[in-house]
Design a protein around this ligand. Structure first.
Ligand SMILES: Nc1nc2c(ncn2[C@@H]2O[C@H](COP(=O)(O)OP(=O)(O)O)[C@@H](O)[C@H]2O)c(=O)[nH]1
Ligand SMILES: [Mg+2]
Length: 245
């Protein structure tokens, strides 16, 4: 019997990272299920994931036909995991920026005191040692901006290392979410907080990927800034938040 903990791992051209990160994740959470969400990676990550799933029943693969933004991959992955009985869902990157060693602490924090746990670079004990001053300013500035405009308490709003309680995710207004990489992360935390979720940050040290290439771009950052303003604007005009459940 598996417990209801699922890790949702989106991949796009992660053929070098997947065979190493998957066993590291499963080793940290010995009861959990790993769901790889691959958007038809040209490098064959999806086929590799299929082979890994054949050898290990704890690994499952969701194939998507096209790359449509990280948010869409997460939406499909979360829905699939919830339909499969997931009670605790974890999202993380496949490129080692999110160290699997943090997983037990995040799951324990969720069980004790939270509906959403954010692996946070911007609380005491967290950080981004690999980044230069400019990248730090952009990332940190983005979180401060979103935090201020949206009136949220969390300090790291753009990161993608999070643990969720199933019911908190199940209540998301999936169809209306923005799907760009950074804004999806901000909007998910915003929606959860507005719906009354207890949000707790635990410190993580984020390391830059060593293998493969980043898929994030300047346009995704710009989109995030504009959408943050839009989210608050819609809310002030009384049409932003989903109906409270
Ligand atoms: N399925 C899927 N995965 C994606 C997509 N974009 C990025 N990823 C994955 O999401 C994670 C974070 O992406 P990455 O490029 O490392 O972003 P960065 O860390 O902000 O540079 C990695 O595991 C990527 O393989 C996408 O469109 N679809
Ligand atoms: Mg990365």
């Amino acid at each position: 019997m598996r417990t209801g903990t699922w890790i949702v791992l989106p991949t796009y051209n992660e053929i070098e990272n997947l065979p190493l990160i998957a066993p590291a994740i499963l080793g940290q959470l010995p009861e959990a299920t790993l769901l790889v969400v691959d958007d038809s990676s040209p490098d064959g990550t999806g086929e590799l994931a299929n082979r890994m799933a054949l050898e290990n029943p704890r690994i499952k693969v969701l194939h998507r036909a096209a790359k449509q933004g990280l948010g869409k991959a997460y939406t499909d992955g979360f829905k699939h995991a919830l339909a499969g009985g997931a009670e605790v869902l974890i999202q993380m990157d496949a490129d080692w920026s999110h160290d699997p060693a943090y997983l037990p602490t995040m799951v324990a924090t969720l069980a004790n005191s939270a509906d959403l746990v954010i692996g946070s670079r911007y609380v005491k004990g967290g950080g981004v040692p690999d980044w230069g001053i400019l990248r730090r300013l952009v990332s940190r500035g983005g979180s401060v901006f979103a935090r201020t405009v949206l009136g949220l308490k969390a300090h790291d709003l753009t990161g993608g290392f999070k643990a969720w309680r199933g019911p908190t995710l199940a209540a998301m207004p999936w169809e209306s979410l923005h799907s760009g990489g950074y804004v999806f992360q901000i909007e998910m935390t915003f929606r959860a907080a507005r719906a009354g979720a207890r949000v707790v940050e635990v410190p993580i040290v984020f390391v830059d990927r060593r293998l493969g290439a980043s898929k994030m771009s300047r346009s995704i950052i710009l989109e995030a800034l504009l959408v943050v303003i839009r989210l608050r604007w819609d809310e002030l005009r009384g049409r932003g938040s989903p109906e409270p459940s």
